[in-house]
Design a protein. Structure first.
Length: 188
């Protein structure tokens, strides 16, 4: 089994492609070792000690190195864990862990904005998320309120030095162009 590696715009994050599906639906972001306990793979990656974040995409795993960690030292260990996991057909989540449930605060949408919200979500799903997934991350819609769209950045996008530029000059401009009711985009 060959696991390919790609750099991301976030220098602390590498994208690992095992050549097979990782998540069959949705994505999953682990920002702490405690969150990672539901996944043997994420737990093992955090167990390396120099890992600050793990993100599962449809066909990739993004790993964010802790400050001060060197990828030349960390990468072989990450590759070994991923190779063991995927070649052994091990489960991604522990049984009974409610792994598919991720609860975080969303901003309540006004029911009168249903058409606007629908347009925003469609643009994010069809234009933004595929491009961001190529960079090892994800952007999730969190709400729309008084012209402001709230998005959560995950994986390589979280903490990326260029994420603010992507959010403001890319996503915000796209949404403003297609949905005139949008006045601003903010990360939550």
């Amino acid at each position: 089994m060959l696991i390919e590696t790609e750099t991301t715009p976030n220098p602390a994050t590498l994208k690992f492609l095992p050549g097979r599906p990782v998540m069959t639906g949705g994505t999953r972001d682990f920002a702490t070792p405690e969150e990672a306990e539901v996944s043997p793979l994420a737990d093992a990656l955090f167990g390396l000690g120099d890992v600050e974040g793990v993100f599962f995409g449809s066909d990739f795993v993004s790993v964010t190195a802790a400050p001060g960690a060197e990828w030349r030292d960390l990468k072989p260990n990450v590759l070994a864990l991923l190779l063991d996991h995927f070649s052994g057909d091990m489960p991604l989540f522990r049984p009974g862990s409610a792994a598919g449930i991720a609860i975080d605060d969303a901003i309540a949408d006004d029911p009168e904005d249903a058409d606007i919200v629908s347009q925003i979500k469609e643009l994010i799903d069809t234009r933004v998320r595929p491009a961001v997934a190529n960079d090892g991350g994800d952007i999730v819609y969190r709400g729309f309120q008084q012209g402001t769209v709230y998005l959560k950045m995950q994986g390589a996008c979280s903490g990326c030095p260029s994420s603010t530029a992507t959010l403001k000059q890319g996503i915000e401009q796209l949404l403003k162009y297609y949905v005139p009711e949008v006045t601003e985009v903010r990360a939550v």
